[in-house]
Ligand binder design. Sequence first.
Ligand code: SF4
Length: 360
Amino acid sequence: MTINRRKTRQIRVGNVLIGGDAPISIQSMTNTITKDFEATVSQILKLEYEGCEIIRFAVNDFDDAKAIGEIKKRIHIPTISDIQFDYKLALAACENGIDGMRINPGNIGAKWKVKEVCEACKFRGISIRVGVNSGSVKKEFIDKYGGVNENSIVESALEEIEILESLNFFDIKVSLKASNVNLSIDSYKKFSEISDYPLHLGITEAGPPPMGIVKSAVGIGSLLSQGIGDTIRVSLTADPIEEVKAGKKILKSLGLKTDGLDLISCPTCARTKVDLIKLVDIAQKKLDQLDLNIKVALMGCAVNGPGEAREADIGIACGNKNGLIFKKGEVIKKVPEEILLDELLLEIENMKKYNKLNKN
Ligand code: SF4
């Protein structure tokens, strides 16, 4: 079943389009000191390698802003500066070549300051993300709606948007994050019913893995499955590499990303007569390194295994201390358990040579 995506207007962050019919992009945020550009560049390059498509970093002072040019020379994905209050830092980030801005106009203060930022962004084609976190909803809206809920969150976001719109600025994307998954879902859904601005999805302060990944997968995944969301960031108390890996898996599990490894394996049961858990664990690590577009099925028995194994590019249906290897729907050999993995990897290497399974 394909997902019917909500029609949103399209903006860009550098060369990455967001909204409209653009693919859903994966973002992350560095946790290095931005002005330490060796550390920042090194982290961004690793994130790029994992599949990060847009990178955000905090710009806390003018040295951070000045580092943007040097960072950009050495990386290959668009950048977003995260700025809290100081409009001069926003202007400095624009001058130094930033591609996108995360700033709330309500935090900048006087309207003439917001106007300067909007003009600088417009002049350079820089889009702005405005966002509300459940922890920073204005008291006025909390009182009006009786607490922090989807109504007060959405109205806070609309207020930020209206400031930009009043200055003729429309290259906007919006986030409405809460650490509570249900509240996030309700807020994004409510907003998507009344606005066509593209949405940046995330569950804020989701915590460390595995719970942070589960919360994000449930929150981001359920919105995406309803066609809501144009770009995602999984927030984790962990190495940001884990955020990108989780983001890719969320998209992949919904069929919103088709490249990369799709590993299917069964949970094992009393019918399993090989050490499938160990086999899958080793296979996953090795296959991840091969960086291929491939669907691999590793199944524990001859009852339910052959069906899945036949559907995959390559698969194994295990028997009693042995297994049948399927390739493109046909059994190609029966091998003992000890060499099952080696034979599988050998066949995949052959497919890689002849069938162009590589990503690029
Ligand atoms: S595929 Fe076979 S071994 Fe695996 S869980 Fe299902 S019945 Fe059990």
